[in-house]
Design a protein around this ligand. Sequence first.
Ligand code: SF4
Length: 450
Amino acid sequence: MSPNDHQLRHAQRNLPRYTSYPTALAFEPAADGLAPVDWLAGTRAADAISAYVHVPFCRRLCWYCGCHTTVAHEYDRIGAYYETVMREVDLLADGLGDHAGAAHLHFGGGSPNALSPEHFLALTRKLSSRLRLRPGAEVAVELDPALLSQAFIEALGEAGVTRVSLGVQTFDPAVQAKVNRIQPFDAVAIAVERLRAAGVTAINFDLMYGLPLQTPESVRRTVELALSLDADRIAVFGYAHVPWMKKHQEVIKDANLADAVGRWAQADAADEALVAGGYVRIGIDHYAKPQDALAKAAATGALRRNFQGYTDDPAPVLVPIGPSSIGCFREGFVQNAVGTDVWRTAIHEGRLPLARKLPVSAEDRVRAAVIERLMCDLTVDVAAVCAANGYPSHFLDGCIETARELEADGLCVVLGRRVTVPEDNRRLVRVTAACFDARLPETQRHSKAV
Ligand code: SF4
């Protein structure tokens, strides 16, 4: 269905994706790195931990890419990264306080399969032993299917990887050519078959809309092909065209991009095909089979949102590994040095490469909890969240009044202190979430709402 005028106006707002609150834009330099080191040491015996490993290398550059990555033509640079990241794991394991073991390991990038199979396996084993991987833990890896060798697939199976996310984006050859990411459907289908044969049974696909030359029809066709491969979860992200921040995106010409109405129609086409295919909507951009853990978490109010997107991972501590990686501790957020050289120098000097931090206040926490429930459940009892965080029920009444101003546009419904986003405005939920954001500068560094 075409968006109405209100939806169209709000869809073009530049807002955070709220993978955290406060968002990473609020992080400040961690001058001496001491506070984050104390936060690390302060984990508690009952805390399950998670870890995110950023592998900042790819073998090619996709023109739409918004990630922290570089193209490595020679393996030497990746090998040097591997040597350093192995040391980083030791530094972190030695610096962490007591904890209950790792419940979730997530490898992202870049392309984790830019690592050699041997290095990937050795790194996973090191993480398992030094972070004490718990039985039944999720080990998830993002993969570039075009780079995926049989040897790497076998390493994934041997490492006990439980879930992979394949960066599919589009199966349309014309769109693939426009974004420098050629990967025929057959290659992805073979990769999926081999992954399953190797014991990696949970398969996610990442798809995109808003890429050059994409139309609702081409998006629908891509989703139908994805459905034929029976993925457990499918994420559908809107391309964020920010060439003033990502120079390589200048290759993508504005004339080849759909306008806001076209982007909405493409998102609609993906949504209709996925729902017709039996998938459950999760948050703003994820879909899952009803029996998948994410769908179950969504159905029981246990869905969470963190830097990797939607998750069922309840761990209160996220350990950051690799350049640019973001971590989360009870006291606040930390981010590793973004530049690989700065990151490597710190580690080789025996220091953790923590470059930015943000202590989180009690007020940040209550706002974060409201925003997270909205982003996950589309509804929140603000008074209950306030009470659970030690605040009076009227503490966020000013924000509720701001949300009330969106009611006329149909973006939310306010009943007492409960705020609910109607299903037809699901993809605009961050507009309502922003009413609870006390730090919001609306900036082009955030992506458009749709
Ligand atoms: S494979 Fe992923 S991380 Fe690498 S350039 Fe392409 S989009 Fe970016």
